[in-house]
Design a protein around this ligand. Structure first.
Ligand SMILES: Cc1cc2nc3c(=O)[nH]c(=O)nc-3n(C[C@H](O)[C@H](O)[C@H](O)COP(=O)(O)OP(=O)(O)OC[C@H]3O[C@@H](n4cnc5c(N)ncnc54)[C@H](O)[C@@H]3O)c2cc1C
Length: 373
């Protein structure tokens, strides 16, 4: 093992979560590297070509309302990309620019296969040999780990994450299974391509109104669906149990015996299993499947293992959007710096910018309520 493969801190994943926490570690002067199996922002590069951010970008930074999609207080995708709803490719350009501006040590093409804790160290088995570190920050995301077990026969479907572009899909009709953001995104884009769409939503997301964006459709999605509603067969409260192939047709069966038939493979938009499948023995999980973390987002099962990104959840507070989980980067970085005995003065100096700009959320009691209107 080369000397460079033994460091204090390893971050796995160069998406917004990994890079966002990396910038603070760099400012704190910590010894770290980032292992990335593909390239910077690779999940965003894999999004369907037509998919755009649902959270809007807007340059409010100078008034301490930082662009919702920024991962540092001093940057704004709206300013660098000149668009309100970036595509995945656009956003990867923002991440790439940020990484080179901060000269972050991203080791591309290194895939982490497994992690073991040996004594006080983590040993990472990768496509490029072993790496060891004392602190591990897991930031490998969800998108590249689709859930393929939502119903029987899901292997007959095309998962949302396999769609390179909705314009490439053959046929003039499609069934979309799963009615949250990706299901509605697929639907809006397919109708725009002139296809007839049947959307099977096991809830009733069009009617579900909550003030927390993690639990209901975004205004951007609603606007797009209202535009195409007339060309769409929307089936709320329709729970798919299986997909079968009969001759050339796909038969979608549902809980109340209703069936839907299509000559094209249905699109499975039922979500993601998450990269935690690779290291699940290092976490304990809640009944709803989220990893149990302490107040510094460290695994309660494995000391010095931290999680950043959309899988972070405390009680009902789900940090699944960038503008939410970016508020926990500084919490993780601060705790590692404290354990590495970085002076309190340096930590406070670095974190001032984060605290001043709503990038530092310690008290989670605020995140569990409904707006008045
Ligand atoms: C359709 C869609 C629309 C969305 N819209 C929004 C939105 O508008 N606003 C918003 O805030 N969020 C949005 N999200 C959620 C957002 O995309 C995620 O929160 C974000 O990608 C998570 O960032 P991440 O850094 O945790 O993971 P990722 O972006 O997935 O980055 C993880 C990185 O880790 C790498 N990696 C994975 N496994 C390994 C491994 N074993 N070894 C090494 N490297 C590995 C990957 O290649 C990747 O580069 C959307 C998601 C989807 C699917």
């Amino acid at each position: 093992m080369g000397k460079e493969q033994e460091v204090d801190v390893i971050i796995v994943g160069a998406g917004p979560a990994g890079l966002g926490v990396a910038v603070i570690l760099k400012k704190l002067g910590l010894n770290f590297l980032i292992l990335e199996k593909d390239e910077i922002g690779s999940s965003f590069r894999k999004w369907p070509k037509e998919t755009k951010f649902i959270s809007p970008s807007f340059t409010g930074n100078f008034f301490k309302m930082v662009d919702l999609n920024a991962i540092t207080p001093d940057t704004s995708p709206a300013l660098s990309l000149l668009t309100e709803h970036p595509t995945g490719e656009d956003y990867a350009v923002y991440l790439e620019g940020l990484s080179s501006y901060y000269d972050l040590p991203v080791y591309k093409g290194v895939e982490v296969h497994s992690v073991q804790k040996k004594g006080g160290s983590f040993v990472l088995a990768t496509s490029f040999g072993e790496y060891t570190c004392t602190y591990l920050i897991w930031a490998a995301g969800e998108y590249q780990y689709p859930n393929r077990n939502s119903f029987q026969g899901s292997d007959l479907c095309m998962h949302y994450s396999e769609v390179a572009s909705f314009s490439d899909l053959e046929g003039d009709e499609r069934i979309v299974i799963g009615g949250y953001e990706s299901g509605f995104d697929a639907t809006a884009n397919l109708v725009k391509e002139g296809k007839t769409v049947t959307l099977l939503d096991n809830e009733n997301y069009m009617e579900l109104i909550k003030s927390d964006s993690s639990y209901c459709l975004s205004p951007f999605t609603r606007d797009r669906i209202h535009e195409v509603m007339a060309h769409l067969d929307y089936e709320p409260e329709t729970h798919v149990t299986s997909v079968e192939k009969e001759g050339a047709n796909y038969i979608v069966k549902t809980k109340y015996s209703e069936t839907f038939t299509s000559a094209q493979s249905p699109i499975d938009c039922t979500g993601f299993a998450s990269s935690l499948v690779l290291i699940n023995m290092l976490f304990l999980f809640s009944k709803d499947g989220y990893p149990l973390l302490n107040e510094d987002d460290e695994s309660i099962e494995t000391k010095n293992l931290f999680l950043v990104g959309p899988q972070v959840k405390h009680e009902n507070a789900l940090f699944c959007f960038i503008y939410k989980y970016r508020q926990r980067f500084a919490i993780v970085a601060e705790e590692i710096a404290r354990r590495k005995k970085i002076s309190r003065r340096t930590i406070d100096k670095v974190l001032t910018e984060y605290k001043d700009n709503n990038f530092y959320l310690k008290d989670l009691s605020c995140c569990d309520g409904e707006c008045a209107c």
